[in-house]
Design a protein around this ligand. Structure first.
Ligand code: NZQ
Ligand code: ZN
Length: 385
C-alpha cells in the first residue's frame, strides 16, 4: 500500500427529517447566504424547511447556480457576500450548487483574480469562509470532499480545484429529498458514483486489500440498487443506500493509499464544456473505451474486477476482461445512459475539437501512470465513436 494521510472533517447528518438540525449546526449569530440552483429546492419544499430551521438568523439567498456552475454566475454571489458581509454559506442542492459554494468561499479572500484558483488547482488559497450543505442529489460526493469543478462560460473551460479549506463543515443527507429527482438525474448519479469508484480502483494493484474490498462492495451495491432506484422512486431504503454509496465513493476513503486514474473525468469534462452533455453521461461514453485502450496497463485489476464484481470466471484473460467491460457498458445503457459518442450526435469532427481542448488545458499526461498522452486520448475517443 502507498503512504497516505487521511483527514475528512465533514460531519454527516443522515436521514429522513434531519433538515431541522440546521438550527444547531449553523452558528446562531451567523450572517448566512443560502445558495441554491434553478428552483428544484423551492419546488420540493427543501428551501422552506431550510428557512424555517434557520429561524431568525440574518439570512439572504442567492439562487440560479446552474448545472456545471459557471464562474460568471458565481462571481455575482462573491459580490453579494462581500457587499452584504455574509460570513457563513449554506449550499442547498446537488453537486453543482455545492461546488459553486466551494468556489465562492475560496474566492472571497483570494488575492488576485479568483479564476486563478482553477488554473492553479487551488494551491494559492489561504483561507475560505465556513459553509455547510443540504444535499438533494446523490452523485458527486461533493458533500463530503474538498473538490470543486467550475466552468468559465466565456471560454468553455471546465476545470477542477481542491483545497483542505473547502470541505463542508457539515452536510445534511435526507434521502426523501431525492424523491423529486427526474429518472435521468438518478441514472446520472448512479453512473457518476460508479465511475468515481473505478477511477480509484481500476488502476494497478498495490496491496490495498481493504480499499479494494470497499470499492468492490460499493460497485456491487450500485449494480444492485441502481435499477431499483429508477423503478421505485419513493423507496426510502433504496434512496438511503444510493445516497450513502455516492458519498462514500468520493470522500477520500477508498482512494487513500492507492493509485488513482481520473482520465475518464478529465476527458469527460471537455465533452461537457464543448457539447453540454451531462457530466455522468460523458463518463459513460469515455470509461468503456478507456478500459479497452488501457487494458494491458490495467490487466490485473480488470481481471479482479471481472471476477469479484461481475463473477466472470470463464474464458481466457482477454475474454474475461472484454466481458467485464461489456457488462459495465450494458449496465449504464440499462439505466438509459448511452455509451457511444454517436448516440449524442458526435463523430470524428468532435474528436478533433476535443483533442485541441485537452491540449489547451494541459491534459497531456493523464491516468495513474501519466501515460495517456494526446495520442492515447485520441484512441480512446475513437474507440468511443
Ligand atoms: O438547479 P436545480 O433546479 O436545483 O435542478 C437540478 C439540476 O437541474 C436538479 N436537481 C437537484 N436536486 C433535485 C433536482 N431536481 C429535482 N429534485 C431534486 N431533489 O438536478 C439537475 C442537476 O444538478 P447538478 O447539481 O448539476 O447535478 P450533480 O449533482 O450531478 O452535479 C454535477 C456537477 O458536479 C461536478 C460535475 O462536473 C458537475 O459540474 N462534479 C463534482 C465533483 C466533486 N465536487 O467532487 C466530482 C464529480 O466528478 C463531478 O465532476
Ligand atoms: Zn464525477
Amino acid at each position: 500500500m502507498q503512504n497516505f494521510e487521511f483527514h475528512n472533517p465533514t460531519k454527516i447528518v443522515f436521514g429522513s427529517g434531519t433538515i431541522p438540525r440546521l438550527a444547531e449546526l449553523v452558528p446562531p449569530d451567523a450572517r448566512v447566504l443560502v445558495v441554491y440552483g434553478g428552483g428544484s429546492a423551492e419546488k420540493n419544499g427543501t428551501l422552506a424547511e431550510v428557512r424555517s430551521a434557520l429561524g431568525d438568523r440574518d439570512v439572504q439567498e442567492f439562487g440560479g447556480v446552474e448545472p456545471n456552475p459557471t464562474y460568471e454566475t458565481l462571481m455575482q454571489a462573491v459580490e453579494q457576500v462581500r457587499r452584504e458581509q455574509r460570513d457563513f454559506l449554506l449550499a442547498v442542492g446537488g453537486g453543482s450548487v455545492i461546488d459553486g459554494t466551494k468556489f465562492i468561499v475560496a474566492a472571497i479572500h483570494y488575492p488576485g483574480d479568483p479564476w486563478e484558483i482553477l488554473l492553479t488547482n487551488g494551491q494559492h488559497i489561504t483561507q475560505a469562509l465556513p459553509f455547510g450543505s443540504v444535499l438533494t442529489l446523490p452523485a458527486t460526493g461533493s458533500e463530503m470532499n474538498n473538490g470543486s469543478v467550475i466552468t468559465r462560460r466565456a471560454t468553455q473551460t471546465k476545470l477542477a480545484f481542491m483545497h483542505p479549506q473547502v470541505f463542508p463543515q457539515f452536510s445534511i443527507l435526507d434521502p426523501t429529498k431525492t424523491y423529486s429527482l427526474p429518472p435521468q438525474q438518478i441514472a446520472n448519479g448512479v453512473v457518476d458514483a460508479f465511475v468515481h469508484i473505478t477511477e480509484q480502483y481500476l488502476t494497478y494493484p498495490v496491496g490495498g486489500l481493504v480499499q479494494d474490498r470497499f470499492a468492490e462492495g460499493l460497485l456491487q451495491t450500485l449494480i444492485e440498487i441502481g435499477p431499483q432506484a429508477l423503478a421505485n422512486p419513493e423507496n426510502a431504503e433504496v434512496r438511503a443506500n444510493l445516497m450513502w454509496v455516492a458519498t462514500l465513493a468520493l470522500n477520500g476513503l477508498i482512494g487513500a493509499g492507492v493509485p488513482q486514474d481520473w482520465a475518464t473525468h478529465m476527458i469527460g469534462h471537455e465533452l461537457t464544456a464543448a457539447y453540454h452533455i451531462d457530466h455522468a453521461r460523458t463518463l459513460a461514453i469515455v470509461l468503456p473505451a478507456l478500459l479497452r485502450v488501457q487494458r494491458d496497463d490495467k490487466r490485473a485489476k480488470l481481471l479482479q474486477y471481472a471476477a469479484r464484481v461481475w463473477q466472470i470466471n470463464d474464458g481466457d484473460e482477454n475474454q474475461r476482461i472484454e466481458t467485464a467491460i461489456h457488462r459495465t457498458a450494458q449496465f449504464f445503457e440499462s439505466l438509459g445512459i448511452p455509451t457511444h459518442l454517436a448516440a449524442y450526435g458526435l463523430g470524428q469532427p468532435a474528436i478533433d475539437l476535443l483533442m485541441a481542448q485537452l491540449e489547451a488545458h494541459g491534459m497531456t499526461a493523464l491516468g495513474e501512470r501519466a501515460n495517456i498522452t494526446p495520442a492515447v486520448s485520441r484512441r480512446i475517443l475513437e474507440a468511443a465513436l
